[in-house]
Design a protein around this ligand. Sequence first.
Ligand SMILES: C[S@@+](CC[C@H](N)C(=O)[O-])C[C@H]1O[C@@H](n2cnc3c(N)ncnc32)[C@H](O)[C@@H]1O
Length: 259
Amino acid sequence: MAGITLTENKDIMIANRLDKLIRNTGFQGNIDDLLNEIEHHGKFTTEFINTFTTNKTHFFREDFHFVDLRDRVLPEFSRNRKEIKMYCSASSTGEEPYSMGITVKECDSSMKASIIATDIDTEVLQYAANGVYRFQKSAKEFPEWIKPQKYFKRRVQKSVLGDESFIKINDDIKSMITFGQMNLNDESYPFEDEHFDVVFCRNVLIYFSLEDQNKILKKLFRTLKIGGTLYLGHSESPQDLIDYATRVGQNIFVKQRNI
Ligand SMILES: C[S@@+](CC[C@H](N)C(=O)[O-])C[C@H]1O[C@@H](n2cnc3c(N)ncnc32)[C@H](O)[C@@H]1O
């Protein structure tokens, strides 16, 4: 299924999430009955996956990757008036692909870019496609070279608990991105080989067994053009790819040849 591997010291986390699963499904019965429905009748699979994913993310996480994208990768596309094709392979609530889009605009506001952003979790995909974030939290996440007011509209929402500020991503950034559901553990991916100029795979492989991590990385690597850049998170390791790519920065790899 999702391939998410839970380690032994996660008992309390699992118990909490199972409680949440019962609440979210509205299932009338105990947890064993619910797990039986999932395992043997294929029911509530989406809710089950959504409950067990960890979606922590923020704008410009590990911002040196966006600096590298801005300074090393994008200028060539800007000079040659060439469209850049990027893939964000575990996009969570959208902050990562929107940061990619903002970086493109920051480099050249007329550059053509397409970003495919996928995740296995349908709830975070909906949140991402909506593109609305709490201002209080998000404002702290932007590096000094980004002025959020250029890329977001701010609005105040009144509620019984008081006023709350939200920011909404502008349509020109949103229109670069196509969100869709995809399981990185699937046997094959719906992209052609050597399709993308840039692939982001960050802070997701940690949830897989070493064997699955390696398989996923190879499948992602195939979708990258020769000369294209792979950005990995601090917990990801390039494993078998190392002979086929050159390391050009912290967890930044340029593909040299096909695996
Ligand atoms: C911790 S978040 C990382 C988000 C973002 N890449 C970042 O670095 O900030 C991990 C994301 O991976 C997604 N995920 C987990 N298992 C997955 C799978 N099998 N296929 C696709 N996405 C998956 C989760 O739903 C979650 O949104």
